[in-house]
Design a protein around this ligand. Structure first.
Ligand code: ATP
Ligand code: MG
Length: 458
């Protein structure tokens, strides 16, 4: 026992990161944490500088510190301070207090917003609902309190850009280096307080190629149903983060392993049951992930269009086989699938209309008359629809030469576009889904009727 105490004491003396009080934080200097200050947003540095000039403590905190330590580019920069929202606001020309549940300050520098929050009190003793979810949370605390209420050890790191030191109360640097997602405090209590933390555990594990530490992992499956208790707007935000983190494929697999996917992405299981559904999903997510990792944007509507497409296509095909006009059938299939999805989990209206635009352009790529092409290129979702066509070509749903022609057109300038259209062969017959070779007479006569009734024009 004595031997162990001496050993710990000596190792603390030798290791500068462990020299702090045993119950106090570890401090890592520049060469230990490896953060290059030039990669920190100068606006975040400015916020910390101004606050510290006025006698407050201020640190860059959360995802930005985590990402900088592992060499990823942070999405945004947050600052935590002991100044109150009013005190923060008084120090900056363009700053506004936002938030009801917890007030924080947006300090605005042109396009960049530095979210600056006051250290929060520990979560314990807060008002909760019958499942343990925190309802009200509006008390300020110390730096140590603030660290304790954060979700995972690797998200509870504070970087002081002036001294270039990282303060670490929960061994987050070590966990980060070992790629371990470890919750702070008792896992079950923390998930009950906020079930979104289970989704965040999965997302960080996928994003950082990490494992979820055993105790952090253990209750997730058991508590997965608590997700249904979370307001849908938060779930929507989290779903978009999952799909847009550059590791969507891994996230979805991990969500499925934990039984967390059904509420968030109710289409996944029906999709996997469809022939080629799984392959299409893999292809779509692989594309999305590689785009995100290359620093390109992927719109949520494009991702949802991919996730729901095979279900739409199945219904489209059935309707065509029953003799409906292809465009009308597509319209109805889209309505049906969107409706059944939004019964479980809403999709914002603007994304829904973008998805429809992407889908409705698909048959037109195969049959549009040359004179109508210009109008098509002017549609706001034209580019996304062409990307989608490429994906379908990769899935062998449409001819790859056709998809390439449209991609070339999308990339061309006006003169080149005119030339391409001038030499294009006239479009073929009305395009139904590929496997819909079971066309019948009744459909053709129905088609006429739909056109007369003002169905979507070619
Ligand atoms: P990213 O921005 O890459 O999604 P992030 O960790 O920055 O990751 P944010 O949602 O921006 O995630 O949150 C910022 C910080 O706030 C987190 O790093 C974490 O410390 C804390 N935090 C966020 N959500 C929670 C939560 N549900 N419970 C406890 N702490 C949280
Ligand atoms: Mg963040």
């Amino acid at each position: 026992m004595l031997k162990r105490t001496i050993k710990t004491f000596v190792s603390r003396l030798l290791n500068p990161a462990q020299r702090a009080r045993p119950d106090g934080p570890r401090r890592y200097e520049r060469q230990e944490h490896g953060i290059d200050r030039r990669l920190v947003s100068r606006h975040a540095v400015k916020v910390c500088e101004v606050l510290s000039q006025h006698g407050y403590e201020a640190y860059v905190v959360g995802g930005a510190v985590r990402d900088l330590i592992v060499g990823l580019e942070p999405k945004d920069f947050d600052v935590a301070t002991n100044a109150t929202p009013e005190q923060i606001r008084a120090l900056f020309r363009r700053a506004r207090i936002i938030g009801r549940r917890f007030r924080l300050v947006h300090v605005v520098f042109g396009q960049e917003i530095i979210e600056t929050s006051t250290f929060r009190a520990d979560d314990s003793g807060k008002q909760t609902d019958e499942h343990g979810r925190i309802l009200r949370d509006n008390e300020f605390g110390t730096l140590q309190d603030d660290a304790a209420r954060r979700d995972f050890t690797l998200n509870a790191l504070y970087y002081d850009p002036l001294s270039e030191t990282v303060i670490d109360y929960h061994n987050g640097v070590a966990d980060l280096k070992e790629r371990l997602v470890r919750i702070i405090g008792d896992p079950e209590t923390r998930y009950r307080e906020d079930p979104v933390r289970m989704l965040r555990a999965v997302r960080f594990a996928a994003k950082l190629d990490a494992s979820i530490e055993a105790k952090t992992h253990e209750p997730i499956k058991r508590l997965s149903r608590l997700i249904e208790n979370v307001p849908e707007s938060r779930l929507c935000d989290e779903t978009l983060k999952l799909l847009n983190c550059g590791h969507a494929m891994d996230c979805i697999r991990r969500l499925q392993d934990e039984g967390l996917h059904n509420k968030l992405l109710p289409m996944i299981e029906p999709l996997q049951r469809l022939p080629h559904g799984e392959a299409f999903l893999d292809m779509a997510l692989a594309r999305t992930d590689s785009r995100v990792r290359a620093g390109k944007s992927v719109s949520p509507s494009f991702i949802y269009a991919c996730l729901l497409w095979k279900l739409v296509q199945k219904d489209w095909l059935l309707r065509c086989d029953k003799g409906e006009h292809p465009q009308q059938a597509l319209l109805e299939a889209a309505d049906m699938v969107i409706e059944s999805q939004t019964r479980v989990m809403p999709i914002q209206k603007r994304y829904q209309s973008d998805m429809r635009e992407i889908w409705f352009m698909q048959p037109r790529f195969e049959r549009v008359a040359n004179r109508a092409i210009w109008r098509m290129t002017e549609q706001p979702r034209f580019r996304a629809a062409v990307d989608f066509l490429q994906l379908r070509a990769e899935a062998k749903e449409v001819d790859s030469v056709l998809a390439q022609w449209w991609m070339d057109l999308a990339n061309a300038g006006d003169d080149e576009r005119s030339e391409m259209i001038a030499v294009r062969k006239p479009a073929g017959a009305t395009a139904a889904p590929r496997s819909g070779q079971r066309r019948n007479r009744r459909r053709r006569s129905n088609a006429k009727r739909t056109q007369q009734a003002g169905g979507i024009e070619a």
